[in-house]
Design a protein around this ligand. Structure first.
Ligand SMILES: [Zn+2]
Length: 424
């Protein structure tokens, strides 16, 4: 632990002081959360839809750029999510009342050699290009967003605000200068790792277990550089120990761009109550996602699981696939899904995560990050057009319009502004 980078929460060198602090946090957060009304309200779908459309809304995580390798991808046209159309395009964002979105520059974790690092860096740069190209083709419908204020400003022009986040710090390689290069290209958060450990930190799901026991020394430099530039640190996908390290080192609040509550659905990709308390103390936000497996424990589906296992084995190294192989992978994935239709969780189960987070840490630390086009789908929120169903469910659970405004963008924008301030 390095004293100069430690925030207040971790000052103590002895455990007793630390425990006193934690109890204080619990008390403060309990007082905040006690304000919540639990009474169910009667409201019509139409009224809820009207409220939803009046809110400023943002989704902090979608993998929509995975579809951009297809030259024909045109987000200005409405497509069918059940026919390989993806879960999101600009007309459907309008229909679903979504004003802004983070597109992920996603690269799957591969070998960490200098050659592979170079290759994956190029892949990430190409993805940035493809996002900017898609936006150029839809300039009348959407615009690139770079600051917290841009969401409202772009929305007022009648356009959709598109932010960029990098999912997986792999393309940073061991070259710290890449962080500012990605910032210049529009990146406003970096998810430090993905499903495997990398040079920055440990993943929550690496089959070989932890490697650094948290974040690496290089990872600490990356976090400081992100603080300096004004890039949000995304803790989704990282191990619990890496999470602890990051909230210690970061001078700015952090986000979990697409994760849920582990107490409601026990999955390593979700945040434990202890992590949620630390996240709230840090001033950060958990952006709840719509991946059914992280929303609820889904019934076993051995036929589909083994079909998928065969598929993942066949396309083992994502970063080495060319466009036609990616298309083939996508087709085979859709074929498996139509042969074995997936069981999906519901909006009601999703809102149980919202209730839990609010009960634990209050309304100021919860937001929305679907993971559409990266595995997200609920029975009654299959694509972006069905987002008003979430607002409806939260309204009948007794949440106010102002609570919903915080959830749909207020909390994330607060964190983003704080990150901008720390950099400034
Ligand atoms: Zn992810």
């Amino acid at each position: 632990m390095e004293k100069d980078t430690v925030n207040d929460f971790y000052i103590p060198d002895n455990m007793s002081q630390k425990i006193v602090l934690q109890v204080t946090i619990l008390f403060v957060l309990f007082t905040i959360s006690a304000c919540k009304s639990n009474s169910r309200k009667e409201i019509s779908r139409d009224e809820a839809a009207g409220i939803h459309q009046s809110l400023l809304t943002i989704d902090s995580h979608t993998d929509t750029p995975l579809r951009f390798s297809r030259r024909s991808t045109d987000l200005s046209k409405r497509s069918d999510p059940r026919r390989r159309g993806g879960k999101l395009d600009f007309p459907r964002m309008q229909e679903g009342g979504l004003d802004g979105v983070f597109f992920a520059v996603f690269v799957g974790q591969g070998p960490r050699t200098p050659e592979e690092n170079e290759k994956v860096k190029k892949e990430a740069l190409m993805l940035f290009d493809s996002i900017h190209a898609v936006l150029d083709r839809s300039a009348d419908l959407a615009a690139i967003a770079l600051s917290a204020d841009d969401l409202e400003a772009i929305s007022q022009q009648g356009k959709k605000a598109v932010y960029i986040g990098i999912e997986n710090g792999y393309p940073v390689g061991k070259d710290l200068s890449m962080v500012s290069r990605f910032y210049d290209l529009g990146a406003r958060y970096i998810t430090l790792c993905h499903t495997r450990n990398n040079d920055i930190c440990d993943s929550s799901t690496d089959r070989d277990g932890p490697e650094h026991g948290g974040i690496s020394d290089f990872g600490r430099e990356v976090v400081r550089e992100m603080n300096r530039l004004g890039i949000m640190i995304d803790v989704s996908h990282m191990s619990d120990e890496a999470f602890d390290d990051v909230v210690e080192v970061s001078k700015a609040p952090v986000i979990a761009s697409h994760s849920n509550a582990r107490a409601v659905c026990d999955n390593p990709r979700n945040l434990s109550d202890e992590m949620l308390l630390k996240l709230a103390y840090n001033g950060g936000v958990i952006q709840l996602c719509l991946v059914s497996d992280y929303v609820a424990e889904m019934p076993a589906y051995p036929e589909r699981d083994s079909a998928r296992k065969v598929l993942w084995a066949k396309y083992d190294n994502w970063s080495e696939l060319d466009d036609s192989a990616k298309l083939a992978l996508e087709q085979e994935y859709y074929d498996i899904n139509s042969k074995y239709p997936p069981d999906l969780a519901t909006v009601s189960q999703f809102c149980d995560h919202f209730d839990h987070v609010v009960d634990l840490v209050g309304i100021n630390h919860v937001g929305f990050g679907s993971d559409y086009d990266g595995g997200a789908a609920l029975e009654d929120c299959f694509d972006v057009t069905e987002l008003p169903n979430i607002t409806y469910e939260l309204l009948i659970r007794g949440y106010s319009r102002s609570d919903l405004q915080k959830f749909w963008s207020g909390n994330l924008l607060r964190v983003m502004r704080e990150v901008e301030k720390v950099a400034g």
